[in-house]
Design a protein around this ligand. Structure first.
Ligand SMILES: [Zn+2]
Length: 262
């Protein structure tokens, strides 16, 4: 299909050839999410955001991919002086390619993680930008409930909340809140097969690879899932929704004809 959007990729960890292969497989737009595992200082994240907005944007463009960015504090890399990052976020949101905050959220669910998430959601709400929220591999229902509770308390518009790594265990919680399910395609999570068998429940979602070096990942998982659905006779309209249009709408990155509105 035309114009695939990968709605969650950690581009700073993606090799140049990864971008090239994604382009060859039909990926046209990527949302590059922040993550710096074990970050200890605010400056570490500032340098990380800078690298994404320069090198990664350039590498993507050289392959014909438009890279948009989401910045923020990932729960696996929260600096000791994290309030300084919060203070800087509105400045980043003014940058051209930055379309939201992510990847943010709870991993273990500690009080500190909850505070960091809440402060970031306040920034997102004030600036009316979407957020990409992490869900962990463990305690998923409990932590997703807590995440939604915090988002609701801050007053986030549910349509601007992507709850990522959705699967059958938490999809009802995401639906009840009215958030957008992030559909990370990987072997030990939501597989193309599972997606096909429960497509009805996942159609409001946005496909992504969540490419990183934290676990085995495949930068081509989105085009591969698209191909799997096509080969199994899923109507193109439904595939296009989860592989392109839902993400374009949430992030406000629609392309009309030959004119692109960012
Ligand atoms: Zn991620």
């Amino acid at each position: 299909m035309e114009g695939i959007v990968d709605s969650h990729t950690h581009v700073s960890l993606l090799p140049y050839e990864g971008l090239e292969n994604m382009a060859l497989a039909g990926v046209k737009k990527i949302i590059g999410c922040a993550i710096f595992f074990g970050a200890k200082h605010a400056e570490t994240l500032f340098d990380h955001f800078h690298q994404m907005s320069t090198l990664s944007v350039k590498n993507a463009a050289e392959n014909g991919i438009k890279l948009f960015l989401a910045v923020g504090i990932h729960p696996m890399g929260t600096p000791e002086d994290w309030p300084r990052v919060i203070d800087a976020l509105p400045g980043y949101l003014k940058m051209n390619d930055v379309v939201g905050l992510g990847e943010i959220g709870l991993h273990e669910g500690s009080r500190r993680e909850q505070d960091v998430l809440k402060e970031q959601l306040k920034v997102a709400k004030e600036h009316r930008v979407p957020v990409i929220l992490h869900t962990p591999p463990q305690d998923r229902v409990k932590i997703t409930n807590k995440t939604i509770e915090i988002a609701a308390a801050v007053g986030m518009e549910p349509g601007k909340v992507i709850i990522d790594h959705a699967n059958l265990d938490i999809i009802h919680l995401i639906e009840d809140f009215g958030a957008v399910p992030g559909l990370t395609i990987r072997q030990e999570g939501l597989t193309p097969h599972l997606l096909l068998n429960h497509l009805e429940r996942f159609q409001r979602g946005v496909l992504n690879s969540d490419y990183s070096n934290l676990k085995p990942n495949d930068p081509l998982s989105v085009p591969k899932a698209v191909r799997y659905l096509e080969l199994n006779g899923v109507p193109l309209e439904i595939i296009a929704r989860i592989a392109r249009y839902n993400a374009e709408k949430v992030f406000g990155i629609q392309t009309t004809g030959s004119t692109t509105h960012y």
